[in-house]
Design a binder for this molecule. Structure first.
Ligand SMILES: Nc1ncnc2c1ncn2[C@@H]1O[C@H](COP(=O)(O)OP(=O)(O)OP(=O)(O)O)[C@@H](O)[C@H]1O
Ligand SMILES: [Mg+2]
Length: 251
């Protein structure tokens, strides 16, 4: 089980996360929805210490980290137990597809190069890019680059995969191939925390939908509840803006 408790973060006196709690069971796929600026990215980045939270804890299995004062070895342990897929892929441009994955394994898991490359090749195959191992990111489409980003995260074999709007930088025709890879991963029983605006994908894949606004979790529950029978006026107005023609709630 993964437990986030009391996560708080301010930037320049502005409270962006106001004590966020979230429990994710093993194998669960949790989708976070919420308007721009609601703190979704800040929450994901706080979980693996890409930004330093002002307060809160993350517990993953028997690892429990005080995010306010994480020790160096705890940050490393968190990075082994979580892996992030970024909106803009965040690949090394001067490294090949294979090296992007193997270098992460060498860095995070301290694996020898040969072993890291063998694992990297296997995960490239899993995302359908075995034949692109020697290509550089600039020689690949956005969808292919993001699939490398996903393979890199998977290769770490983390207990929690974090996705921050993995398809929002892609041309519409490339979104499907990335969502398909994510569906396959969910089918393998991986635990995933996904920020996305792809509502129909969320409906299909999520075991739980969390709606965030103004740095708090406003509402959470199974997709059919949150998407079909939202209770909170903020959730209703968000869904209405996102899907004006499908949703006709009255507040
Ligand atoms: N490093 C930073 N320095 C200052 N302010 C920041 C920083 N990172 C985020 N913020 C602010 O925190 C707020 C929440 O940002 P965050 O990126 O977490 O929102 P989000 O929900 O991911 O939004 P979006 O849907 O646009 O990605 C925004 O107002 C943003 O300007
Ligand atoms: Mg964001």
């Amino acid at each position: 089980m993964i437990q986030l408790s009391g996560i708080k973060k301010s930037f320049h006196d502005l409270e962006i996360l106001k004590s966020v709690d979230l429990t994710i069971e093993k194998g669960e796929v949790v989708v976070i929805l919420g308007p721009s600026g609601s703190g979704k990215t800040t929450l994901l980045r706080s979980i693996n210490c890409l930004n330093r939270a002002d307060d809160g804890t993350v517990a993953i299995g028997d690892l429990r980290v005080d995010l306010k004062r994480p020790k160096k070895h705890e940050i490393l342990a968190l990075r082994r137990k979580t892996a992030m897929v970024f909106q803009h892929y965040n690949l090394f441009h001067n490294k090949t597809a294979l090296q992007n994955i193997s270098e992460a394994l060498i860095m995070v898991k301290k694996l020898p190069k040969k072993e890291a490359e063998a694992i990297a090749a296997e995960y490239l195959r899993q995302v359908g890019l075995a034949d692109k191992a020697d290509r550089y990111p600039r020689q690949l489409s956005g969808g292919q680059q993001q699939r490398i980003g996903i393979a890199r995260a998977l290769a770490i074999d983390p207990e929690l995969l974090l996705f921050d709007e993995p398809t929002s930088a892609l041309d519409p025709e490339l979104v499907g191939e990335v969502l398909d890879v994510m569906k396959a991963i969910a089918g393998q029983g991986r635990t995933m925390l996904i920020v996305t605006h792809e509502i129909s994908f969320a409906k299909e894949i999520a075991s739980c939908i969390v709606f965030m606004d103004g740095g708090v979790v406003v509402e959470e529950g199974p997709p059919e509840e949150i998407l079909n029978r939202p209770q909170n006026p903020r959730t209703i107005s968000f869904l209405r803006r996102l899907l004006p023609e499908d949703y006709s709630y009255t507040i």
